[in-house]
Design a protein around this ligand. Structure first.
Ligand SMILES: Cc1cc2nc3c(=O)[nH]c(=O)nc-3n(C[C@H](O)[C@H](O)[C@H](O)COP(=O)(O)OP(=O)(O)OC[C@H]3O[C@@H](n4cnc5c(N)ncnc54)[C@H](O)[C@@H]3O)c2cc1C
Length: 122
């Protein structure tokens, strides 16, 4: 067995995505994580399932939004089931001003009420 050309430090989503890309290019690599296999110790284990690039535009710069949109395609190409249903942004009625501000700073949104988003009233 040949020696790995590259060692990736960290087996979270960042390290694993990089590993997938490099492996597809034929690079021999190993992943080193101080806690072993991906598990509860990593942020990715708990969070990171939602890709919401249009929401990111509220505060992020253009490359973050553009690359975020491209990322959805990356996951699909790697056989991850990606649902493209938009992102639901919610606020308590007392924070309605925050939603107005969010709407001013983002594109391609539509306003829906509780019925429109399938939320329970209660
Ligand atoms: C509450 C919350 C919600 C989030 N929601 C989303 C979301 O909806 N969508 C989204 O895209 N992102 C979301 N994120 C952000 C996302 O989860 C993180 O950006 C992402 O998981 C980070 O991945 P990572 O691989 O960089 O880090 P990690 O998953 O933390 O992996 C880092 C790995 O490196 C290892 N490591 C660290 N230092 C060393 C070292 N010196 N030597 C060896 N190994 C080391 C660790 O053990 C760990 O396994 C959320 C984050 C939080 C906290």
């Amino acid at each position: 067995m040949t020696e790995p050309q590259i060692t990736i430090v960290g087996g979270g989503v960042a390290g694993l995505c990089l590993a997938a890309e490099l492996a597809e290019r034929g690079v021999s690599l190993r992943i080193f994580d101080r806690y072993g296999r991906p598990a509860e110790h990593g942020c990715s284990w708990w969070a990171g399932g939602m890709l919401a690039p249009f929401c990111e535009s509220e505060a992020a710069e253009e490359p973050v939004v553009r690359l975020g949109q491209e990322a959805a395609g990356w996951w699909q190409r790697h056989n991850v089931n990606v649902e493209r249903n938009g992102s639901l942004v919610l606020a308590l009625s007392r924070d309605g001003g925050e939603l107005d501000r969010f709407a001013r700073r983002t594109d391609q949104h539509e306003w829906v009420d509780a019925d429109g988003c399938g939320c329970l009233r209660g």
